[in-house]
Design a binder for this molecule. Structure first.
Ligand code: DGT
Ligand code: CA
Ligand code: CA
Ligand code: ZN
Length: 576
């Protein structure tokens, strides 16, 4: 099994963790983290690039040394240096970093003071109330650690959609090449584009004598064969992800695809409708008549399955039993937004702060996506780790953009900023500077632990500023990593509506923030959404599709989203 980009970035991040715990130089730690990000950002397989003789040292943040390390990983699957490091750092200490309250320094303290080496040890110590006695911890921290432990253990079971995609696409390509295989389709929560998947459900149609099952369980990446049968097998892959494969007859393909796409709640509700119409509905088809004299009225085609129970075709993203069935009966399903509706990008960073590409490179990349505008929205000064812009540097960037705009007739570079919302609800740059921009994104990057009331108040106060246009990643959550900060989202939305503020759907696959429920809530309240990738590299612009998936799950149409508009119309949304 070829090494995937995520394998390489996982190793680099792991090294960074271990270095950090053992007190290594911060510069060295950052070098590995940056390299991990570069690797993740590549849309092409790094191993393939190596095979094609490309020089990896030319990638951003990858020097000669790291290029050699990547080659070693590609060849051996691991790094000698990692083995050595692991021997120096005891037990599962690096896993403790998954707990939000614990940085490398605290992890080291826990180890030296209490001998804690694993999440289990940590849990026991917290339950025994030993952690609160350590200097710099306290009772509150101890309780938070216990809560986090539970979350980490729960979330470990689900895989982020983008990670699942990296794993399943090569698997499907492999299956597609097997003799006698016809259709290969991924159903389940993956097809519904849920932000995380519990497992993957693949359906295959094939000729009678196909060896697809043997080949599936013999796939190189398999660590465990959970079940193997004639029509259904399950495997576990190296990442821990489980994949179910079902071979279905062609006459049942549509019915099986429908059934295994789910969700279960949706299926159960639709089957009730079928029963009322005296129809039997299962993964083999839709049938009428008595058991010994059944007639199949639909089966091979998914649209026919819907039609047979009197429903319009429901896009997979909507199949959650959240009102889509009633809408399909009444013929009032929304026309969902499509990737091709997007005309521009409104959230991007460059070299000037923590982005990895130059202004020009970002512009070229946005143009090659067929966009007609790109906004540059750097961090503001409060975000020191990202070298956030102060007034002077922002003014310099504004000049730079204005100069470049002249060179790109027809393509518009918008002048923006991702300005921090400070603790008291003021914005991190003075109004007279914000006034020079086309628009602002305003984001919370600090003080996540205020009470819901205080956090809500803080953001609403910020929105009172007439230069506040878009609320960036409104909940602050990082999928599987960090919960949303406590917030009264309904109040925030009411406030946004009253003030003409737009909400961001951050398309980064780790964020997807707003989530699907909140997108729908915003739509129902008549609030506009901007789908933004928050790109920190040219490849980052390609995350737009994840935002589209989430938008569709939130019932959004083209009209609900501002960056489907031409630039002239777009700019009207920024006039408050
Ligand atoms: P996941 O894997 O947790 O992300 O979510 P799903 O939706 O992929 O669930 P999974 O893998 O357990 O099952 C795939 C689909 O199969 C599910 O969405 C609907 C269908 N299905 C599974 N069990 C049942 C069931 O007991 N009744 C019905 N009607 N459908 C089911
Ligand atoms: Ca599944
Ligand atoms: Ca499954
Ligand atoms: Zn950003």
């Amino acid at each position: 099994m070829p090494i995937q980009n995520t394998d390489i970035s996982r190793i680099f991040n792991h090294i960074a963790d271990l270095l950090e715990i053992s007190g290594a130089n911060a510069f060295r730690v950052r070098a590995y983290r940056n390299a991990a990000r570069t690797v993740e950002d590549q849309s092409r397989s790094i191993v393939k690039m190596l095979e094609d003789g490309e020089d990896l040292a030319e990638l951003p943040d990858i020097g000669k040394d790291l290029a050699e390390k990547i080659a070693e990983i590609a060849e051996t699957g691991t790094l000698e240096m990692l083995d050595e490091l692991e021997q120096k750092v005891p037990g599962e200490l690096s896993k403790l970093l998954e707990i939000q309250q614990l940085g490398p320094k605290r992890v080291a303290t826990l180890y030296h003071e209490l001998g804690i080496e694993s999440l289990e040890d940590l849990k026991k110590a917290a339950e025994d109330e030993k952690i609160r006695e350590l200097e710099g911890f306290g009772k509150k921290t101890e309780q938070k650690i216990l809560k986090e432990l539970k979350r980490v253990q729960d979330s470990a079971k689900r895989t982020k959609l983008a990670d699942a995609e990296q794993i399943v696409i090569p698997l499907c390509e492999y299956l597609q090449k097997i003799d006698g295989v016809k259709q290969v389709t991924i159903a389940g929560s993956y097809r519904r584009r849920r932000e995380t998947v519990g497992d993957l459900d693949i359906l295959v149609t094939c000729k009678k004598d196909s060896t697809v099952m043997e080949r599936f369980t013999g796939y190189e990446d398999v660590t465990e064969v959970i079940a193997q049968g004639k029509t259904k097998s399950s495997i576990r892959l190296r990442s821990g992800l489980q994949v179910d494969l079902r071979v279905v007859p062609e006459v049942s393909y549509g019915a099986a695809l429908y059934y295994f796409t789910g969700s279960k709640a949706h299926n159960v509700a639709v089957r009730k409708i079928a029963v009322k119409k005296n129809l039997k509905m299962n993964e083999y088809g839709v049938f009428k008549g008595k058991e010994d004299d059944e007639e199949r009225v639909a089966g091979s085609d998914e649209e026919e399955v819907f039609a047979s129970v009197g429903l319009a075709f429901i896009p997979p993203e909507l199949r959650e039993n959240r009102g889509e069935i009633e809408a399909a009966q009444e013929g009032c399903l929304p026309v969902l937004i499509d990737r091709s509706d997007i005309r521009g990008e409104l959230h991007a960073h460059t070299h000037a702060t923590d982005g990895r590409a130059s202004l020009q490179e970002m512009v070229e990349a946005a143009r090659s996506l067929g966009y007609s505008y790109l906004a540059i929205t750097e961090h503001s000064q409060a975000v020191t780790v990202a070298k956030g812009l102060n007034r002077k540097r922002l003014e310099k960037q504004i000049e730079e953009i204005e100069k470049l705009t002249n060179e790109y007739g027809g393509f518009r570079i918008l002048k923006g900023i991702e300005v921090d919302i400070l603790k008291d609800g003021s914005l991190d740059l003075p109004d007279e500077v914000l006034a020079k921009l086309d628009f602002t994104i305003c984001s919370v990057h600090s003080h996540f632990n205020l009470s819901a009331d205080k956090q809500t108040e803080r953001i609403l106060r910020a929105m009172d500023n007439p230069y506040f246009n878009i609320l960036g990643h409104p909940s602050g959550r990082l999928i599987n990593e960090r919960e949303a900060y406590p917030l009264n989202m309904e109040k925030i939305m009411k406030g946004a509506k009253e003030r003409g503020v737009i909400l961001e759907l951050n398309a980064h696959p780790d964020r997807l923030d707003l989530n699907d429920h909140h997108c729908r809530m915003a739509k129902e309240m008549g609030i506009k959404i901007a789908i933004n990738t928050d790109a920190h590299s040219t490849d980052g612009l390609n995350n737009m599709k994840y935002g589209i998936y989430q938008a569709r799950r939130g019932w959004l149409s083209k009209d609900d989203v501002i960056n489907t508009r031409r630039v002239a119309e777009l700019l009207k949304f920024f006039k408050r």
